[in-house]
Design a protein around this ligand. Structure first.
Ligand SMILES: Cc1ncc(C[n+]2csc(CCOP(=O)(O)OP(=O)(O)O)c2C)c(N)n1
Ligand SMILES: [Mg+2]
Length: 371
């Protein structure tokens, strides 16, 4: 755990930190300053050397494989969208792969995941069939929702993946409800409830926070802070920078974790998961991350500079893991090349499968819908 995280259940410390940020908060009234400084403060981008020693070669290559599958899957989805084979909304997860991948390695059987419309990476991370996900994006019969949901409405009950929600903030009260069910039924499971920095301003989020703490529900609220909500930067939209402190008014502790580093994600969040699973109630994790592409496929992302994006790409979670594993001589170039080739072939198979899957039958038009 980082120094910052050691005190996550020390309430007095959290409160005094809030007063401190309030005292510094005047700066918040000049959003321009905050926007300009937004990306220049990149944190230490190398992996914490001692962390890498906690994992063996197989584990590290596995993290690499899982992140790369998400990256290549998303790149392919972007291409297929451009070719008109995917229609409607499509929000890519490129840049944020370390979060879904890392968090999955802190999960136990029966733990639940619920997220937003930026959901492909999360469903891949929990081990759902990538072919079914791509077929769903293409609106085909063999898709995970029979081709009737599309990109924003992925779902896999067998893997305890509860969507895929197009309404900003909606994953939060539903996530609290999933955790309520686990508590009520005495199941020792945790709900991993994801939402964005933009969603973190919504009223329903705070209603859910209150109930989750009131009943000490086993839910981990994970804010994927990629610093933008559509075209609006966090600095323009929020009176505070530190979203992990948004639970203080509800007595919910929070920590900030480097979401661009898969080992940080696993190592730092494991303590939070343990805290929640032990029955202490909810926790908030703010994952510091960045999306490389626009908000959705229809967003050219003109609201930020190339320099900003390139600066963030220097912290690429896949490149960093690869170079640190090589630097520590845990694996060699050949090991990585093998994985790169495997993923390339897998993506080709996924696309072939999805293209060959027919469109849903007309008889499906009025089934499984609200009316
Ligand atoms: C209730 C509601 N309001 C507005 C929208 C339109 N909308 C879709 S995504 C989005 C931005 C959300 O940003 P954030 O929560 O940071 O998530 P990110 O897209 O960055 O992952 C908005 C405003 C919506 N889908 N639902
Ligand atoms: Mg965002």
């Amino acid at each position: 755990m980082t120094k910052q995280n050691n005190n996550f259940f020390d309430r007095k410390k959290n409160i005094s930190e809030t007063n401190e940020s309030k005292a510094n908060g005047d700066k918040a009234f000049n959003p321009k300053d905050r926007i300009e400084n937004n990306y220049s403060k990149s944190e230490n981008i190398t992996l914490k050397n001692n962390f890498i020693k906690n994992f063996n070669k197989e584990q590290l290559l596995n993290f690499y494989r899982e992140m790369l599958l998400i990256r290549r899957f998303e790149e392919k989805a972007g291409q297929l969208y451009g070719m008109g084979l995917i229609a409607g909304f499509c929000h890519l997860y490129i840049g944020q792969e370390a979060i879904a991948t890392g968090m999955h390695h802190t999960m136990k059987d029966g733990d639940k995941v619920i997220t937003t419309y930026r959901d492909h990476g999360h469903m891949l991370a929990v081990g759902s069939d990538p072919k079914k996900i791509m077929a769903e994006l293409m609106g085909r019969k063999d898709g995970s929702s029979k081709g009737k949901g599309g990109s924003m409405h992925l779902f896999d009950l067998d893997r305890h993946f509860y969507g895929g929600h197009g309404i900003v903030g909606a994953s939060v009260p539903i996530g609290a409800g999933l955790a309520f069910a686990d508590k009520y039924l005495n199941r020792n499971n945790v709900t991993y409830c994801y939402f964005g920095d933009g969603a973190a301003h919504q009223g329903q989020v705070y209603e859910a926070f209150n109930m989750a703490k009131l009943w000490n529900l086993p839910v981990l609220f994970i804010i994927e802070n990629n610093h933008y909500a559509m075209g609006t930067s966090l600095a323009r939209a929020s009176s505070v920078d530190e979203l992990h402190k948004r639970g203080i008014g509800f007595n919910i502790p929070g920590v900030k974790i480097n979401g661009m580093n898969v080992l940080d994600v696993i190592y730092d969040s494991q303590k939070c998961v343990d805290y929640v699973r032990a029955g202490n109630g909810p926790m908030i994790i703010e994952m510091d991350t960045y999306r490389y592409r626009g908000h959705s496929m229809s967003d050219p992302a003109n609201y930020r500079s190339k320099e900003e994006v390139n600066c963030k790409k220097e912290q690429d979670p896949i490149d960093i893991l690869r170079s640190e594993v090589l630097a520590n001589k845990i694996a060699n170039e050949e090991d990585f090349k093998k994985i790169d080739d495997q993923i390339k072939n897998q993506i080709n198979e996924i696309v072939e499968f999805s293209k060959n899957s027919p469109e849903p039958d007309e008889s499906e038009l009025m089934t499984e819908i609200y009316n």
